[in-house]
Write a protein of this length. Structure first.
Length: 288
């Protein structure tokens, strides 16, 4: 038996971590971001086995894929099956594109579809895995819905609450520096408090005027205030802002921008590798 699913990448423009130590359903992040057409496709095959065994290949190479394996374990419990996952990722990991979330979510959706497990269970299991691995907080939920989202309340439904800013746009991504280990930042309590207060402020301001322009201007403000971006990333954003709207992908040494696509590609290519994509409005889905 084989199943295939796709999960869009997700970019957080700004965020407020919300941690409920006793309840992962209510843990996540408030903030805003967008799902993009570049993401992860997972092909999953299942065979009977006398103990549970999970193997994962990412872009053709065997991978420890801790988040994907953990997501599958949360989904299966103690069920004895041999699970083989082949995931193709369109973008680099640890650059703020939500790739670990997209990998785990696409694998879980494909597996759940094969085993007739409800979609919500697959999403929940991937959400748990991401929180436990400290690779992100809101990417799984946002990726499952798609579009440009404002995360009003953190966590899974019914606690979590998302609103959408409608629109389909071309998005330019620029990978500018080294990877940022999300885990380091999410486990730095002082930094997290600082990020949370700015994130809360930005979310409130965006809800007063929920437009794409306001999202980008608040994202740029958030980027400057939290002090994670280095000089090169800040300079690239300033140059890109001449041709549209740009900010830093949270959390990565990368930039996302919307505007004059040709000019943005030209500007950002001076700083690193450029990818072009669009807003994904469908969210994570089974591919037949």
């Amino acid at each position: 038996m084989k199943g295939i699913a796709f999960a869009p990448g997700h970019i957080s423009a700004f965020f407020e971590p919300v941690i409920h130590t006793q309840n992962m359903d209510r843990t996540g992040s408030c903030g805003a971001g967008m799902s993009i057409s570049l993401g992860a496709i997972s092909q999953v095959s299942v065979q009977p086995a006398d103990h549970q065994r999970i193997t994962v290949q990412i872009n053709g190479k065997p991978s420890p894929a801790a988040v994907t394996k953990s997501a599958i374990q949360h989904l299966l419990g103690n069920t004895c099956l041999m699970i083989s996952v082949q995931t193709m990722m369109d973008l680099p990991v640890s650059q703020g594109f939500g790739m670990s979330a997209a990998g785990a979510l696409s694998a879980n959706l494909a597996l759940a579809n094969l085993l007739n497990i409800p979609r919500d269970d697959a999403i929940r299991a991937a959400h748990y895995a991401e929180i436990e691995s400290h690779t992100g907080l809101g990417d799984v939920i946002a990726s499952s819905f798609g579009g440009i989202e404002i995360r009003r309340k953190a966590g899974l439904p019914p606690w979590g609450l998302l609103e959408h800013i409608p629109g389909r746009y071309d998005v330019v991504l620029g990978v500018i520096g080294n990877k940022i280990e999300t885990k380091k930042i999410l486990m730095d309590s002082t930094k997290i408090q600082e990020i949370a207060s700015y994130g809360r402020y930005c979310t409130k301001k965006l809800l007063v005027n929920p437009s794409l322009q306001n999202l980008f201007s608040l994202a740029w403000e958030f980027t400057r205030k939290i002090g994670i971006a280095d000089k090169t990333v800040l300079e690239a954003i300033e140059k890109a802002n001449v041709h549209g709207m740009a900010s830093m992908c949270m959390l990565g040494n990368s930039v996302f921008a919307i505007g004059n696509t040709t000019a943005l590609c030209k500007v950002l290519s001076k700083y690193g590798k450029v990818f072009c994509c669009t807003i994904d409005v469908q969210g994570a889905r089974i591919l037949h």
